[in-house]
Every structure is written in C-alpha cells, then in structure tokens.
Design a protein around this ligand. Structure first.
Ligand code: NDP
Length: 287
C-alpha cells in the first residue's frame, strides 16, 4: 500500500515529481493554478482537485513545488493545514524556510523544507544521481522517507529548517564559481583557431581532478592549521597571478571574473600567510 499524497504546483519540476510518484503507484492528488497542467496528469492517473483547499484536504502529506515563497503564500491562503505534513520543495533562502516552519507550526502543521539538487530530467531516474536536501522535522522526514525517496535521493541535513536551503545555495554557489572559471577558459581560446570541443574534455577532466581539494580545505578549517599538507603555497600562487592577467590581456579577455579572487589572495598574502594554501580566503569572506 503506497502512501497517498498531494502535490501543489505542476511546473516543469512539479510535473516531473508527479510523474515519478504516479509511476511508482502512489495515489496522487494534484492542483495547479493553470488547470491545463493538472488535466494532462489526470490522463496519467492523478486525481485533480478543484482548488488548493480541496487538494490539501485530500491527504495528510502535502508537497509544494511552486515558483517562489510568495506563490506558496498565495496557494496556501485559505487552506486548512491542521494536522498536515507540509514538505516545501520550493527554492528559497534559509531565513524564508525558517519563517515558513514557524508559520506552519502556528497552523498546526509539521514542516520539512527541501532543496532540489537535480534538473527535471533527473527526476525518477535514480542512476542520474539527483537528490533533495531536507531539513526541519526529523520525525516527518523519517515517516515519509520512502515516499520522498521516489522522485530522487534524500539527504537529511538537520532539524534547523534553514539548512536544506543553505546546503542547496552553497552547492549551487560553488557551481557558479566553476562555470565562471570555465567561461574564462573558453574566452581565452575564443579568437584562436582552437575547437572549443577539443578544450571541453580537458577542462572537464581538470575540474574533476581538482575538485577533491575541497577535502583538504575542510580538514584545514577543522584543525585551524591552514599550512597542513600545502603543496601550492599562497606566495607561489600570488606570484603567478600576473601570468594569468597578462595572458587574459594578450587574448583580449576581460579579467573581471578572475580579478576579485586574485585580490582576495593578495590580501591574505599581505597578512603574512604565504605558507598557507587558499583556505585563508574563506576567513576574508566570512569575517
Ligand atoms: P515553473 O516555472 O515551471 O513552474 C512554476 C509553478 O509555480 C507552476 O506550477 C506555476 O503555476 C506555479 N506558480 C507560480 N506563481 C504562482 C502563484 N502566484 N500562484 C500559484 N501558483 C503559482 O518552475 P519549476 O517547476 O521549474 O520550478 C518549481 C520550483 O522548483 C522552483 O522553486 C525552482 O527553483 C525549483 N527547482 C527547479 C529546477 C529546474 O531545473 N526546473 C531545479 C531545482 C529546483 P502555473 O502553471 O499556473 O504558472
């Protein structure tokens, strides 16, 4: 007997979640502001509620996947949440998630926030490796773990409702740093007779080879010893920065993505941290 649930929001992501639960045989009630999207799912076995209030009344497990926190407010206004288990997969900030948890408590509901680390084609495809960060009520997470695990993997990161959003944004922020670096690399070869497709596999392999450096960063942050295991000291790395900036200039490439990071490296070096690696930059940022 599969747990029945309600899903509010059938956009690109919500629609993918709905199809994963239906395919796994979960009785699913759906509602969407634009009815056509719900009608399409009715043909696949979903029960379509006539209103958000009706959808919330249908089941005790309620999953939300809406555009933003304002749309969550709009959709849940006028619904009776007493006794409901609310799982909010709508992307937001840690502060919004904590406020939503309190808001739910005041209405007699339990709350779990989720941050989706997947794109819609990864939903319902376990081998794609997508997963969702969850934080908030551990009770609610444990109770619904199996159901929540149907569309993607589950990673519980703590009772603080804000942590799922925090982990989500942390990972995506690092991703943007990686994309920024790749953008600079492609820009450097742009005017040459070099096939971008020949750079791409080299770039991908290099980023994968460098990624485990984050483990050393974590170890250094834990121990407070930022020199432990360092093979590329900051003094050496800062000495190399003019090479990167001159190459950019020679290739007619703006240094605007690289410069802010180099400025932080120089500031840390100026504090007398030449024997460290790059971990000290974190202290400059988080000061
Ligand atoms: P879409 O834009 O495809 O869908 C947005 C959904 O929100 C639709 O169901 C839309 O209804 C509804 N909505 C928007 N405003 C309102 C409102 N005022 N009242 C009621 N309903 C409203 O977005 P996605 O499905 O792609 O994204 C949903 C959530 O999932 C977002 O928070 C997003 O950040 C997150 N996410 C998305 C990923 C992706 O790659 N797509 C990846 C990871 C997370 P309607 O159909 O009527 O417009």
């Amino acid at each position: 007997e599969k747990t029945p649930l309600t899903l509010l929001g059938l956009g690109t992501m919500g629609g993918a979640l709905a199809r994963a639960w239906l395919a796994a045989g979960h009785p699913l009630t759906v509602w969407n502001r634009t009815p056509a999207r719900a009608a399409a799912l009715a043909a696949e076995g979903a029960r379509v509620a006539g209103s958000a209030a009706e959808a919330v009344a249908a089941n005790s497990l309620i999953v939300l996947c809406l555009l933003d926190d304002a749309s969550v407010d709009e959709v849940l206004a006028g619904t009776d949440l007493a006794g409901r288990d609310l799982v909010d997969l709508t992307t937001g900030t840690p502060a919004r998630a904590r406020a939503r948890a309190e808001w739910a408590r005041e209405r007699g509901a339990r709350h779990l926030d989720g941050g989706i680390m997947a794109v819609p084609p990864m939903i319902g495809v376990p081998e794609a490796g997508g997963y969702v960060f969850y934080s908030g009520s551990r009770d609610l997470f444990e109770r619904h773990r199996e159901t929540l695990g149907v569309p993607a993997g589950t990673t519980y990161v703590g009772e603080d409702a804000g942590f799922a959003a925090l982990y989500d944004v942390a990972l995506l922020s690092a991703m943007y740093g990686m994309f920024a670096g790749a953008a600079h690399a492609f820009a450097l070869i742009r005017k040459e007779d070099i096939d971008p497709a020949s750079l791409a596999p080299l770039l991908a392999d290099w980023l994968v080879a460098m990624a485990p450096a984050v483990h050393q960063t974590a170890e250094q942050l834990r121990s407070g010893d930022y020199t432990k295991g360092v093979v590329s000291p900051l003094a050496m790395q800062v000495a190399g920065t003019p090479t990167f900036l001159s190459t950019a200039e020679q290739q007619g490439v703006s240094p605007e993505l690289l410069s802010p990071y180099f400025a932080l490296m120089r500031r840390r070096l100026a504090e007398g941290s030449g024997e460290e690696g790059l971990t000290g930059v974190i202290d400059l940022l988080a000061r």
